[in-house]
Design a protein around this ligand. Structure first.
Ligand code: SF4
Length: 101
């Protein structure tokens, strides 16, 4: 039996809703410091823990929460354009930090 146009629309809508839920769930995963991309940029969930010898660009007061690439999602975390699908800590830092305009 051939599915009706109405069935097609219902199934399509359900699939899109499912994709939306997946994207939302994925965005709620905190970035781990040991993940290769994070480690490469010296990401730390607490900026005070940054290895200043290895990442001399770091200066006190630089935080994810005042970085141009950060978009707050919760009181202490947000998304970052460098790490799609992950949340970074507001008090964190990485070597891609750019002062918020
Ligand atoms: Fe934090 Fe900015 Fe680095 Fe993203 S680019 S992890 S918001 S310091």
């Amino acid at each position: 039996m051939k599915p009706s146009r109405r069935q097609f629309i219902i199934y399509s809508s359900a699939s899109l809703a499912g994709l939306g839920l997946c994207a939302q769930a994925q965005a709620q995963t905190m970035l781990g410091e040991a993940e290769p991309a994070a480690a490469g940029l010296g990401y730390k969930a607490a900026a005070t823990a940054v290895d200043k010898a290895k990442f001399p660009k770091y200066a006190e007061g630089q935080l994810c929460s005042n970085c141009q690439l950060y978009a707050a999602k919760g009181p202490d975390n947000g998304t970052c354009a460098i790490f799609p699908g992950k949340l970074v800590a507001g008090p964190g830092w990485c070597n891609a930090w750019v002062k918020k305009a």
